[in-house]
Design a protein around this ligand. Structure first.
Ligand code: GLA
Length: 436
């Protein structure tokens, strides 16, 4: 009987994978670091090697971080004029990209690169539009493991899901044809709804304009109120706005196909500690890729404590791959109180309450709301709740707050979040550490 259950599980798992991009990668959201949020165009071989060395010294791979991703501005002024192959800036990368990738690999990490499905990249370097095959082949020959693929200067080849699909599919096919497993991270800012059209051609897709290192600052350069029909994704999108953008589209993500809420700003200085805790928590439970965007060679202990919260990372990396969904959302002064829930393996759930208002709030959450999808038995039975931002006596993230039945009163600070792992009390052992 156990055998039979196991084989059914295998069939279900492989069916789920087959409905994603068929490169078999990112069965849980990818984790790593990217140059852009902190360094912008000011990058060189040294920037990237130093970050990789910091990964090793902080042992970040132990937590799941593995990709070191070089964003825009690595390119020379022009392609090789005889072969058309991409060429790196010889000043910034005197040893070339293959040598850099080798160094990253020698440190036990994986290496990512950036280009754009346009004539130019957003930073004005040469793009890959109509050069997909030679670029994919060159990346593979350099040992690239990951491509972030942007959307600037796309020559108007967007506007319907099908037009966008074709342009991004050209690179998807070219990457697969190399035979090298290369994670494909689309970055078309939600244009034409990639959560609908890209699930079979990419491992993740950005859902909005670029993140800004601010909790909720207003900025007209991020003009859309929703991403569902957004004509100008823009940039300077505050963190809390991206949470709102992501809320309705979690249903489209799963193993191998993730909504990318953009790279993390944790540690870059624009938000408070509590705001960064909120940022990391929400990216984790919404199953965004967790791509660090700070200077990892120079981190405070506070930053390190956030990005290494194993209990949150375990939620993000849960094999079930179900982004949390917003169950209730109630306006309060200057923001809202919202309730989020997502299912995890072994009958567990992640439950979160988010307060985007600038004031303390007290609220009572009803288990019938938390477990609305699961029905009245789940809503009325006892659950053991583990607070994922408290450590237990052994120093492990995730402290039991005891049994919760019926409702739970929650005090929550400004711009803050509470996140718990809920386990049916009938099987309430602290299993998630072993499940990492
Ligand atoms: C776009 C992307 C960013 C970054 C820059 C680089 O704005 O959305 O994440 O890659 O381009 O120029």
């Amino acid at each position: 009987m156990a055998m039979l259950t196991w084989s059914i599980a295998l069939i279900v798992t492989s069916a789920a994978v087959a409905r994603a991009y068929n490169n078999g990668l990112a069965l849980t959201p990818q984790m790593g670091w990217n140059t852009w949020n902190h360094f912008g165009c000011d990058i060189s071989e040294d920037t990237i090697v130093s970050a990789a060395q910091a990964f090793v010294s902080y042992n970040l791979t132990q937590y799941g971080y593995e990709y070191i991703i070089m964003d825009d501005c690595w390119q020379a002024p022009a392609r090789d004029n005889s072969t058309g192959a991409p060429v790196a800036d010889p000043q910034k990368f005197p040893n070339g990209i293959k040598d850099l990738a080798d160094k990253i690999h020698d440190m036990g990490l994986k290496f990512g690169i950036y280009s754009s499905a346009g004539l130019y990249t957003c930073g004005g370097r040469f793009g890959s539009l109509d050069f997909e095959v030679i670029d994919a082949q060159t990346y593979a020959s350099w040992g690239v493991d990951y491509l972030k693929y942007d959307n600037c200067y796309n020559e108007g080849r967007a506007g319907t899901p099908q037009i966008s699909f074709e342009r991004f599919n050209n690179m998807s096919q070219a990457l697969n044809a190399t035979g090298r497993p290369i994670l494909y991270s689309m970055c078309n800012w939600g244009e034409d709804g990639p959560w609908n059209f890209a699930v079979t051609i990419a491992n993740s897709w950005r859902i909005s304009g670029d993140i800004m290192d601010s909790f909720d600052r207003f900025d007209d350069r991020c003009p859309c109120t929703s991403v569902l029909d957004c004509k100008l994704p823009g940039f300077h999108c505050a963190m809390a706005r991206i949470i709102d953008f992501a809320a309705p589209i979690g249903q489209k993500a799963g193993p191998g196909k993730w909504n990318d809420l953009d790279m993390l700003e944790v540690g870059n200085g624009g938000m408070t500690f509590d705001e960064y805790v909120t940022h990391f928590s929400m990216w984790s439970i919404l199953k965004s890729p967790l791509i660090l965007g700070n200077d990892v060679t120079n981190m405070t202990n506070e930053t390190l404590s956030i990005i290494t919260n194993e209990a949150l990372i375990a939620v993000n990396q849960d094999p079930n791959g179900s982004p949390a969904s917003r169950q209730t959302n109630t306006a309060v002064d200057g923001g809202s109180i919202s309730l989020w829930q997502g299912s995890l393996v072994n009958d567990a759930f992640v439950v979160a309450v988010l307060n985007t208002s600038p004031n303390n709030q007290t609220t009572t959450i009803q288990m019938s709301d938390v477990f609305f999808d699961q029905g009245s038995v789940a809503g009325s039975e006892p659950w053991e709740f583990f607070d994922l931002w408290q450590k237990d006596d052994a120093g492990t993230w995730g402290k039991s707050i005891g049994t919760v039945q019926g409702s739970l009163e929650v005090d929550i600070g400004p711009h803050s979040v509470k996140v718990w792992r809920a386990i049916p009390q009938s099987s309430a052992t602290k299993r998630f550490v072993e499940e990492l």
